[in-house]
Design a protein around this ligand. Structure first.
Ligand SMILES: [Zn+2]
Length: 207
């Protein structure tokens, strides 16, 4: 059998090393070009990098206009959609409660308020991924069709001592904790004499 001679050349490990060096060099060149040239290309690269870091390239990802609050400290007085799109009566009650709590040295932040249907859906999708089933997720996150956040009729308050203040004193302003497993979630549900209905065990019990 006449084997053809092996092609002369570098051993495979050296070829691979050379390829890596070339790739690193190319990366450096691209980086240098982008750094050196202000302009749309660099900005676009930055935007993509930032979007990736924030958890998605999806242009339709819910943002502030959808009621997303993120890590910002938002109060009932802030001019953001999560607050301004709340039901006016709820907003007034939460404002009054916030003032009263603050008078006792307890700062009140809103961790969530009004949410768009798209935002609510994305939260539900995340919850299904986290909890492993739609059924378990529904204990914590309602669908866009049933969420009181989507209609502007619910707020989530924080930090914890603010939530406890609401639990103890909110009813006289009409504010009730609706779910036993969510000390932070309040809706205007008190009767005119300031009595809240007993909390449901969790969101799934709301049906
Ligand atoms: Zn809530």
């Amino acid at each position: 059998m006449n084997r053809s001679p092996r092609a002369p050349g570098l051993p495979p490990v050296l070829v691979a090393l050379a390829a890596l060096v070339a790739l690193a060099a190319a990366t450096l060149v691209v980086g240098a070009v982008l750094e050196g040239r202000a302009g749309p290309v660099r900005d676009a690269v930055r935007a993509v990098t930032t979007a990736t870091a924030l958890g998605g390239l999806d242009e339709g990802a819910p943002g502030e206009a959808d009621g997303r609050i993120g890590d910002r400290e938002v109060t009932i007085d802030d001019d953001v959609p999560a607050v301004t799109r709340l039901d006016p009566e709820l907003r007034a009650a939460v404002r009054e409660a916030s003032r009263a709590a603050e008078a006792e040295g307890i700062e009140v932040h809103l961790t969530s308020g009004w949410r768009s249907e798209a935002y609510q859906q994305s939260l539900l999708d995340e919850a299904v991924a986290t909890y492993g089933s739609r059924e378990e997720a529904s204990r914590w996150v309602a669908s866009p069709a049933t969420s009181a956040h989507v209609t502007g009729d619910a707020v989530d308050v924080g930090p914890t001592d603010a939530a406890y203040w609401f639990a103890e004193h909110g009813a006289r302003l009409g504010l009730c904790q609706v779910y036993g497993n969510e000390i932070w979630h309040y809706e205007l549900r008190a009767t005119t004499d300031g009595t809240c209905p007993p909390p449901l065990p969790d969101g799934a019990a709301a049906g």
